[in-house]
Design a protein around this ligand. Structure first.
Ligand code: DX5
Ligand code: ZN
Length: 210
């Protein structure tokens, strides 16, 4: 079973209500929300108020990918806005364990995202406490970039590390029909996709990724 979490980074921002309803109709399992602060990544998107206003339009879980510095300052706001799962980058927080604990204490699932050059051993002492590992297969900040092939090796390695538990192993960036198949073969069980889903009929595109 593959979980598909479409990224609304490629959606029509002037019509997000219709976009997430259409994704739900099309068979999405979650909604991936890319939060960017213009500091950790060179782009700026949306924050808690937008997420809160979308919350009433779908029952799908909100998979919130925080690409922001010092996420610990904002975890509570995202919980209150309706996030179900929060993924953070280890480079953005001094006390990774504490920030993960905070996410879970607020009743949400917690994920850690690895940049293309972040080694897997950063997870050694926290892997049993998280619900999701997100492999960034592009440099974060923008949709529509090409998949970095070296990340397949990382997925394979992580799949071995998580063999014993039911952690989600997600891949984000440059996912299309071909790269989805390579990621599934390497052991990924969740795919995040923006531009590929939004370039066609959402239902057809989601089916092609599965
Ligand atoms: C990139 C984001 C991704 C992005 C993926 O920083 O984390 O979620 O939306 O877009 P595509 O699928 O177009 O690479
Ligand atoms: Zn993302």
């Amino acid at each position: 079973m593959i979980t598909i979490s479409p990224s609304i980074l490629s959606a029509d921002f002037s019509n997000l209500e219709q976009e997430i309803k259409a994704l739900e109709q099309a068979g999405a399992d979650m909604i991936h929300i890319d939060v960017m602060d213009g500091h950790f990544v060179p782009n700026l998107t949306f924050g808690p108020p937008v997420i809160k206003s979308l919350r009433k339009h779908t029952t799908l879980p909100f998979d919130v990918h925080l690409m922001i510095e010092q996420p610990e300052k904002h975890i509570k706001s995202y919980a209150e806005a309706g996030a179900d799962l929060i993924t953070i980058h280890p480079e953005t927080t001094k006390h990774l364990n504490r920030t993960i604990e905070e996410i879970k204490n607020l009743g949400m699932k917690a994920g850690i995202s690895l940049l293309p050059t972040t080694p897997t051993n950063i997870l050694d002492y926290i892997i049993d406490d998280i619900d999701l590992i997100l492999v960034m297969s592009v440099n974060p900040g923008f949709g529509g970039q090409s998949f970095i092939p070296s990340q397949l090796h990382k997925i394979l390695k992580l799949a071995g590390m998580i063999a014993k538990n039911d952690i989600l192993l997600a891949v984000d960036g440059g996912i299309n029909k071909e790269t989805a198949s390579l990621c599934r073969d390497a052991g990924a069980n969740m795919l995040i996709s923006g531009s590929y889903i939004f370039q066609g009929d959402y239902k057809t595109q989601i089916k092609l990724l599965k």
